[in-house]
Design a protein. Structure first.
Length: 370
């Protein structure tokens, strides 16, 4: 069968969805990828996937840009006549579903998180939320279509929005390569905590910086590694100028984009993600695969991998002191770090490995492909 992935950015497809695409190809699917192309074309083609450039625009509402993207996707549908589509993230789900209207093709709309409009407390998001919710119901709640979520909280939220229960499926992420990412012993020296992700308020980056400052003021010789870049398309992004200033603070190193994630976790003792809400955070899955203890917020997505006092510690979102206390607890105890890290590794292998997730995803494809 011919499978069409629709995702807004080529780098996101490569970093977050490559394992499931490989699993589909191994199962005999002809894989096509429709995305905005920046620098990932060669890597996608090298995997044996057909690439279709789409002029997606993120971060602003533009009727003309929306129309161009939808028409481009319609042309892809006419050209390759897919048997199944897999839309990834809210924007791709909406525009891809508009492009597929009137076509007899099975489809999966994968919500990797609920996005700025559905989770933010800003007035702009609250104002547009009823319109977006109505649009989602109209586009997604159709025969031979499924909405795919990554955690039970998101599944329950969709059901509260009156989405038909039989049209909502749950698969926890796209899998992590637990063979390539393996536990390594802690390095000597100061305890180092690490954050991996886009530099967004909604990811908790500023709360983390404040918590780290509190701990340094108490005299704890901690180090903080920050891996990630700003996302100007997201209204909660920090600016690059602000990120640069972090390198001037004692103990903080902003690394920017990091490609060798295994090497990063080899340098770190603790993984931290104080996010507002997640689908299923890849950064924590990778840290868990590397045997690192986890600190995160007690919110949807994070608590799927961070099991309190088993694989790590949870704190309320936005509570700087609570976050600092959780980090402090792990920083002072190598025994706890080892215990939680081993449990995190076991959970990553048993539940979130690329092999296990790939198998579940391919089974879903066979159910909904025509």
């Amino acid at each position: 069968m011919r499978l069409l992935y629709v995702v807004t950015e080529d780098w996101y497809f490569l970093s977050h969805r490559l394992p499931m695409a490989r699993a589909a190809k191994a199962a005999g699917f002809e894989v096509h990828v429709a995305t905005r192309v920046s620098d990932g074309a060669e890597a996608i083609i090298r995997e044996g996937f057909a690439l279709h450039p789409i002029p997606f625009v993120r971060g602003k509402i533009s009727p003309l840009a929306t129309l161009k993207a939808v028409l481009s996707l319609r042309r892809v549908h006419r050209t390759i006549t897919p048997d199944l589509f897999h839309h990834i993230s809210l924007q791709a789900c909406v525009l891809g579903s508009l492009a597929a209207l009137g076509r007899s093709v099975g489809g999966i709309n994968a919500l990797t998180g609920f996005g700025f409009t559905l989770i933010s407390s800003r007035w702009t998001a609250r104002l547009s939320r009823p319109l977006v919710v109505g649009l989602l119901r109209w586009l997604f709640d159709r025969p031979n279509r499924i909405v795919l979520v990554q955690n039970p909280d998101d599944r329950d939220s969709l059901r509260k929005l009156a989405m038909s229960p039989e049209r909502v499926a749950l698969i926890p992420g796209s899998g992590v390569d637990t063979d390539a990412l393996r536990p390594q012993p802690e390095l000597d020296g100061p305890v180092t905590i690490a954050f991996v992700g886009r530099l967004l308020e909604d990811k908790g980056i500023r709360i983390l910086i404040d918590a780290f400052r509190l701990l340094r003021e108490k005299g704890l010789p901690l180090e903080l590694l920050i891996a990630g870049t700003p996302d100007p398309a997201n209204p909660t992004s920090v600016g690059e100028d602000e990120a640069i200033t972090w390198n001037c603070e004692p103990g903080i190193t902003w690394l920017g984009r990091v490609d060798d994630i295994g090497a990063l976790w080899a340098r770190a003792h603790i993984a931290v993600l104080p996010s507002r809400r997640e689908g299923l955070p890849k950064s924590l899955l990778e840290a868990a695969a590397c045997g690192r203890p986890l600190v995160a917020t007690d919110v949807p997505g994070c608590r799927e991998i961070v099991r309190h006092e088993e694989t790590g510690l949870l704190a309320p979102f936005g509570d700087c002191e609570a976050l600092a206390n959780r980090i402090d607890t792990l920083a002072r105890s190598a025994t706890l770090r080892a215990r939680y890290g081993m449990a995190a590794r076991r959970l990553a292998v048993e539940r979130f490995s690329a092999v296990a997730i790939g198998r579940q995803t391919v089974e879903l494809y066979h159910r909904f492909g025509r």
